[in-house]
Ligand binder design. Structure first.
Ligand SMILES: O=C(O)c1ccccc1NCC(=O)[C@H](O)[C@H](O)COP(=O)(O)O
Length: 271
């Protein structure tokens, strides 16, 4: 069993428990009462054909299967506020509990703290999780192509759009990029971390990004350590980066985001 399959198996078990506590109908009622979703596609510069500057999706990430404990985040809301003040366009909240130590409580806290789009970052494997994201005020969900059939991907993306939300459709291979494009993804992530082996290969972004046609916002996910990595992703076509570890382990995440935005925007200007 790959790491990804193992994680998804745990997510399904936890999901069954939550479904016993809160029915889909109850979730749908809560989703109807939530504030309307914010437009993450626009926040990531999707409506500007020029896309001249690099956007940052800053992640609240407590633990990871590859690195173990990353940061004792006492106050996810305060961290998210720092991210926003540094110029992040979207806040990502990892809600998976077993391997990442996240929770829907973290999502609630961040949602209440910031007025920019919030991504519920999880291993979406059932429509229930998309309703759950909306009921908790998220604007964006993650759809990992490697974890879904084509039929599931199409169904989940359609539901996401029906709820007025956006999805980051995450890929790691040429075949997955082709599937993301074919399903009509408006935001495509290329994760340089192989979720089956946990290997990080930054070259994956440069290899795959050219195969994405004009239109979708293109995000480089994972492996950002410094401004040079950001420059590398941006010069090879990234409109945005998704950063977790480098921010949660930095004493001054606000300054780090400012630095990453400047490095990426300079690289875009020089393309
Ligand atoms: O981070 C992991 O170890 C991991 C393992 C298995 C599945 C997913 C994993 N991470 C999810 C992510 O994609 C990252 O949290 C995100 O891209 C940020 O990555 P980083 O900046 O390298 O922390």
């Amino acid at each position: 069993m790959s790491v990804l399959q193992d994680i998804v198996a745990g997510v399904r078990e936890d999901l069954d428990a939550r479904r016993q506590a809160v029915s889909l109908t109850q979730l749908q009622e809560r989703a109807a009462q939530a504030a309307p979703p914010l437009d993450a596609f626009a926040a990531l510069g999707g409506n500007d054909p020029a896309r001249p500057d690099l956007r940052v999706i800053a992640e609240v990430k407590r633990r990871s299967p590859s690195k173990g404990e990353l940061a004792g985040i006492a106050d996810p809301a305060a961290l998210a506020a720092q991210y926003r003040d540094g110029g992040a366009s979207v806040i990502s909240v990892l809600t998976e509990e077993r391997r990442f130590g996240g929770s829907l409580a973290d999502l609630d806290a961040v949602r209440a703290a910031v007025d920019i789009p919030v991504l519920r970052k999880d291993f979406t494997c059932d429509p229930y999780m998309i309703w759950e994201a909306r009921a908790h005020g998220a604007d964006v969900v993650l759809l990992i192509v490697a974890a879904l059939t084509d039929a599931e991907l199409a169904e989940y993306l359609a539901l996401t759009h029906q709820l007025g939300m956006n999805a980051i459709v995450e890929t790691h291979t040429a075949g997955e990029v082709a599937r993301a494009v074919a399903v009509g993804a408006r935001i495509i992530g290329i994760n340089v971390r192989n979720l089956k082996t946990l290997d990080v290969d930054r070259g994956v972004f440069a290899a795959l990004a050219p195969s994405i046609p004009e239109g979708p916002v293109v995000i480089a996910e994972s492996g950002v350590r410094n401004a040079a990595d950001v420059h590398h992703y941006a010069e090879h076509g990234a409109n945005a980066i998704l950063v977790g570890e480098a921010l949660v382990t930095d004493a001054t995440p606000l300054e780090r985001i400012t630095e990453f935005k400047a490095a990426g925007s300079a690289a875009i200007g020089a393309r």
